[in-house]
Ligand binder design. Sequence first.
Ligand SMILES: [Fe+2]
Length: 450
Amino acid sequence: MPNDIRTLSVTGLASQLIEARQTSHTLLNCFCTALGSEQLAVPFKENLNPPLWEFGHVAWFADYWIARNPGRSHGRQYQPVAHSPSALASADGLFNSATVAHDTRWQLPLLAIKGIQQYLKDVAIRTEDCLVSDMAALEIPNRPDASHSVIDNASYFYRLALAHEDMHAEAFYMTAQDLGFPLPGTDRPPWAPAANESQHQFIEPAAETAQASTFRRNELVARPQITIPKQSLALPHPASGFFFDNEAEALSASLEDCEIDTEPVSHAAYAAFIEDQGYQRPELWSPQGWAWRERHRLNGPKHLSLSNGRFCRQWFGQTLEIPDWFPMIHVSLYEAQAWARWAGRQLPTEAQWVAAAQWAPEHFRWGNVWEWTASTFLPFDGFQPHPYKEYSAPWFGDHQVLKGASWITNNRLRSLRFRNFYKPHRADVFAGFRTVDALRNYGDSLLNSP
Ligand SMILES: [Fe+2]
């Protein structure tokens, strides 16, 4: 990917950081327009943050790990040091996500909108000043003897802050979709042909998928699949460049051969499950999934209605018709598992997903929706937390791995290595799924592999 956060040159970092911050300002302005109050008040929900808190947190994160961090040149080798005080009084008590609990964020004396805007601007200036002086001190990129590790360490926290800002940008789109108001680009949904020319990557369907829209279950098995031969998968993190702590040391697994969908499950295929009373049949659901469905009295997926064979989707405050070939989106892990059981299939493990993407990159299509996998989010062997130790470790064991990327994921973040993770009930994520055949006995070793 161009401008991949992992390999982007240090000379390109400054412009990408500026671009990401401009996006944050644009999004904040859109939130002001949509929410129209001085405090950008939104209902208390487990999947949301108060927007003013979240914009302030984006600024705080960069400031804390870059300008306020005397140990930043050590990168992921950083040993804890005392960070310098914030120029913004009580910033740590307001915006540190590791210490300010989610519930508490709704009761804080946050800054007014203008104060948050100024905080974002001030931190951007400090970040840029640090970047210029750090690179000048190392004579990067002109110093031919600078080792990869010196450059990687010197640029580590800048890449981390850039990735962090991009992840929150996607979270702001999730918030707007949840609350039903537009953001830049949402008037051109990812299934519209015009979206091809937008900044967002659009993955067109294979021709046979677009033509094979059908609600008939027996045709589901004819959905395009590829066979991945038995293999030993090894995806080590690269010798140089940026990576997240949860990607090190390596993803490895012994895989039996399997047939995997070349594309995520479409709206048409999902509709067949709904029409076959999938939401009324507990035997298709895990106990936790059925309890979740019961608790929310769901008879279908979030944001979707179906009438006369046409799909209408709530899309950032509008009701839009969505083509039946487009990947199913906004489903929880529970719904994905129930569909797979109904279809006589199962979700791929994380290792199967990566193996297929590597084995047949020209056939394996991903990038419109995050994809739930069968793998619990767990550390790879040899895991060591990076300095931002709350990024991964607190979430091992009760979150599920999603692979790929969504229509709104910044191109800088797209990578086969990326491990996204959410709790199973989250249907507000731009997530769908694909399946593998369930006819073979994969054995315990595979089921336990990441
Ligand atoms: Fe964050």
